[in-house]
Design a protein around this ligand. Structure first.
Ligand code: C2E
Ligand code: CA
Ligand code: CA
Length: 621
């Protein structure tokens, strides 16, 4: 009898089913759908074999035609069901969950399926045997072929339409699976004695299993916990179906610089075991030293978290500490993207325990908005440079100015740097932003207008982060050459924090720039820790007294003495001083009398756009 291929297929699919059922499972929608498709495949193969046997018996030995017809019908109904489950498996994770049309598509496919099954059951079916050729025919079979074709096409179309939102591997596996089906159907149609469709569908399941439902993707080999990939799929599922969850995350921080490998293994394994022992909820290893467990509700998570913390506090033989991130309610985040962004941001926190709150999520949103603002401004050339002139006391004129960055909103309003520089420093955007500011300053200088009215130097702010990468001096040289800018026209303002980060690399870069004729000043003097070391060892010629420092001078006796004393020391060291934040005539007089070289402040001018700045110079110089 013509059932060898189907028996082989049944054997294959059985093996897959056993492997699938034996695995450690994560409750994922895709896995449920895949399992459904496997079951349909098994049932379909069994009835395929049964129908071939019964058709033979019925025609050759007079077995009951009613039962035979019924079995033939069940077989084709299962065949359609298999196509339908395949389509569901392919489309459920792709169609947008919140769109009305997607819901309608799903409802329509359910209705077509149900109506098709009823039709196949109701319509007549015939069957025939010619040697090894065994087949059924009639209206019921025609409906089955039509529906199977519809589901194959729908699966292929969905896969093609969403190719961008799936990994390449999934795309290939889906097309291969459906392609095999089509090929088998075509062969079976041309050579009816080769009953290939059942075999092809079992083989398709093997492809899906190996490529998409492969357990090694989801299980971390060394700890047996679930992987980041698994977490990603799991969390996406939860948000897709609007299910809230709570999450507990623990990160191991080793307290010594060089961690012994076996000690690290011990710490990791012990953590993994502790997490597994705590309950049936899924535990994940999401990084070498980061673990998390997902709970259905907050109370359970808090209870378990306390337990884990207690266990950790009892560990004395491994020099490590833990930091913990608790997310009591996943629904304070808008979706899985925001969830993972939150995780990445706050897992880096040095705080021992961070508890996710609405405020933290909002802060993250603001930071993200600012990052977008900066990126858009850079892309759309809405970064502007304003100039604030300094009054040169000895020469009674304005020969130096500070370049201060602004972002122009689309509506024309301005965003001050205080709102985006801190974010840019943290995100690294300060690098392209700083380069853009420097280019604009070079453009201004290359036009020669400002020099015509007596300007000799422009001071450009350099952030600490700009010195943290290998070659910050390069863009300075490149732009000076491109715009024909004399190095003597440029002064760079650095801060003490910049000096504190990587003094060796910074000094190297500063000296390269100084060798070319660029000068430096030390910004924000008088804030934070004013380590004497900085200006003793740093090659700076100008010290800028911060607003708060000069303000303190007018408000506080002690600050007055410190500032006066500092000024004396700095002058003896041959440095010049800029007093910032001078707003009134009286303050200006006092600073002048004290012997400050430059005065910067609203009293003379606010930071001005380039054209107003040029007019200012033209009038005042
Ligand atoms: P900063 O370097 O201390 O710059 C001086 C700030 O003081 C400027 O604020 C200026 O507008 C303000 N200012 C000037 N005179 C007065 C005054 O009389 N009273 C008061 N209350 N304020 C005065 P701005 O432009 O908002 O810049 C803020 C900070 O942003 C700057 O402080 C600097 O740290 C940073 N920044 C600005 N542009 C850049 C840049 O291109 N690169 C980098 N890395 N940082 C920049
Ligand atoms: Ca500055
Ligand atoms: Ca300053």
């Amino acid at each position: 009898m013509n059932i060898e291929l189907q028996c082989c297929a049944l054997f294959i699919i059985f093996t897959i089913t056993v492997m699938f059922l034996r695995e450690k499972k994560l409750d994922l929608m895709n896995r449920k759908l895949f399992f459904r498709a496997i079951c349909a495949c098994v049932a379909c193969l069994i009835f395929d074999i049964l129908s071939v046997i019964l058709i033979n018996m019925s025609i050759l030995k007079g077995f009951s035609p009613i039962i035979t017809s019924l079995v033939c019908k069940i077989y084709i109904m299962l065949l359609v069901m298999q196509g339908y489950f395949g389509y569901m498996y392919a489309s459920t994770s792709l169609l947008p969950q919140d769109k009305k049309w997607a819901k309608n598509v799903t409802i329509i496919s359910h209705v077509i399926f149900a109506a098709g099954e009823v039709l196949m059951l109701a319509l007549p079916i015939g069957y025939e045997v010619h040697g090894r050729e065994v087949y059924s025919y009639g209206p019921s079979t025609t409906v089955a072929y039509a529906l199977a074709a519809i589901y194959v096409m729908a699966t292929i179309i969905t896969t093609l339409a969403y190719r961008k939102s799936m990994p390449g591997r999934r795309f290939v596996a889906m097309l291969l699976w459906q392609g095999l089906w089509l090929l088998a159907a075509a062969i079976q149609f041309a050579v009816p004695k080769v009953l290939l469709v059942g075999f092809a569908s079992a083989f398709g399941m093997v492809i899906l299993y190996i490529q998409l439902e492969n357990p090694s993707e989801y299980i971390d080999a060394s700890t047996g916990l679930f992987t980041t990939n698994a977490l990603s799929a799991y969390v996406r599922d939860k948000y897709r179906f609007g299910k809230s969850f709570s999450m507990f995350t623990a990160k191991i921080h080793y307290l010594t610089n060089f961690v012994d490998y076996s000690m690290e293994q011990a710490a990791v394994m012990r953590t993994a075991r502790a997490l597994v022992a705590l309950g049936p909820e899924p535990a994940f290893r999401i990084d070498d030293d980061t673990f998390c467990v997902l709970y259905d509700d907050k109370e359970r998570m808090l209870e378990r978290a306390a337990n884990i913390k207690m266990q950790k506090d009892n560990v004395t033989d491994i020099p490590a500490k833990g930091t913990y991130l608790l997310i009591p309610d996943s629904l304070i985040m808008s979706g899985s993207d925001e969830f993972f962004r939150f995780l990445h941001t706050y897992l880096e926190s040095e705080q021992e325990i961070v508890v996710a709150s609405v405020e933290l999520v909002q802060k993250l949103r603001r930071t993200n908005k600012t990052k977008e603002l900066i990126n858009d401004a850079l892309a759309e050339d809405r970064v502007e440079v304003f100039y604030q002139p300094f009054y040169n006391v000895k020469e009674s004129r304005f020969n130096v100015a500070e370049a201060l960055v602004r972002i122009r909103n689309k509506d024309g309003s301005l965003v001050p740097p205080g709102e985006f520089i801190p974010v840019a420093e943290e995100s690294g955007q300060i690098i392209p932003l700083g380069i853009r500011v420097f280019e604009k300053v070079c453009q201004t200088l290359s036009r020669g207008e400002v020099q015509k009215y007596g300007l000799e130097q422009i001071e450009v702010n350099i952030s600490a982060a700009q010195f943290d990468y290998e070659n910050p001096a390069k863009f300075v040289f490149d732009y000076m050459e491109q715009y024909n800018v004399d190095p003597g026209w440029i002064n760079l303002e650095i801060t003490e924090t910049a000096a504190a980060r990587n003094s060796e690399l910074m000094l190297k870069n500063m000296n390269r720039l100084i060798d070319e004729g660029i000068t430096f000043s030390l910004d924000d003097f008088g804030t934070g820790r004013s380590n004497i070391d900085y200006f003793v060892h740093m090659p700076v010629g100008i010290i800028k007294f911060d607003h708060s420092f000069t303000k303190g001078f007018f408000e506080n006796e002690k600050t007055k003495h410190i500032l006066t004393g500092m000024m004396d020391i700095l002058h003896k060291m041959g440095m010049s001083i800029v007093a910032e934040g001078i707003e009134t005539e009286e303050q200006e007089k006092v600073m002048e009398d004290m012997g400050v070289e430059y005065i910067q402040g609203y009293y003379f001018a606010r930071p001005l756009p380039e054209d107003e700045f040029i007019s200012f110079l033209a009038v005042r110089n």
